[in-house]
Design a protein around this ligand. Structure first.
Ligand code: 5RP
Length: 220
């Protein structure tokens, strides 16, 4: 089975977690795009959705789902999104698609986070995938120097501007032994908007696409 077939399978499996009549949160990336395609079949059951990026908002509107401003929404029942890496505690690295800040905000407001991934994303330890960090443009060099002090090798993602008007540093070679602690340390650097560690708010459920079918995993 190729990677896209696994992504499609988990995207379709995620429909079982969508609560009819409730506001839904929708993530960003190729796996989330398969989920949006599958969601078209449930469009009449969904009163509205909060999108984690402009790209996702456009796709939701195209299938006839109303996109809501998060400020008009009290809480979100379920957030469905992919990840770049995920461990057994369902802590993740996200932000490969540069949408990490809005993804983290929507995840924070959601009662349940369902992560959808193909098997290649499941890892024993986080950090082989370079950690995306969204940074206020004027602070880019300062933040990069601070990330070097943490043992990382930051690389400016040239030409990318986030939906929030900021830039991305991708940090290689970080030793992420305790993901929550690293998330907090990077958050404390002035000029950092968000880092792509999702450990303080991990996923609640992982739907993992494998050659043997979709596995449902919970944190342990
Ligand atoms: C975007 C993300 C995505 O969830 C992550 O990059 C996974 O993407 P894909 O489903 O295309 O593999 O965090 O910012």
């Amino acid at each position: 089975m190729d990677q896209n077939a696994l992504k499609k399978a988990v995207a379709e499996a995620a429909l079982a977690h969508v609560e009819p009549g409730e506001i839904l949160g929708v993530g960003t990336g190729s796996t989330a795009n398969f989920f949006i395609e599958a969601l078209a079949a449930m469009r009449d059951d969904i009163p509205g959705a909060v999108a984690s990026s402009q790209a996702t908002a456009d796709r939701l509107k195209a299938i006839g789902i109303e996109v809501l401003d998060l400020n008009s929404v009290g809480s979100i029942s379920v957030y469905v999104d992919g990840a770049d890496e995920i461990n057994a505690a369902l802590e993740m690295i996200k932000g490969g698609g540069a949408a990490l800040t809005r993804e983290k905000i929507v995840a924070a407001v959601s009662r349940k986070f369902v992560c959808i991934c193909d098997a290649s994303k499941k890892v024993d330890g986080l950090g082989t995938f370079p950690l995306p960090v969204e940074v206020i443009p004027m602070a880019r060099s300062y933040v990069a120097r601070e990330l070097v002090k943490l043992g990382g090798s930051p690389v400016y993602r040239d030409g990318v501007v986030t939906d929030n008007g900021n830039v991305i540093l991708d940090v290689w070679n970080l030793s992420i032994d305790v993901p929550r602690r690293m998330e907090e340390r990077i958050n404390n650097i002035v000029g950092v908007v968000t880092n792509g560690l999702f450990a303080l708010r991990p996923a609640d459920v992982l739907l993992l696409g494998t050659a043997d079918g979709v596995q449902t995993l919970r944190a342990h």
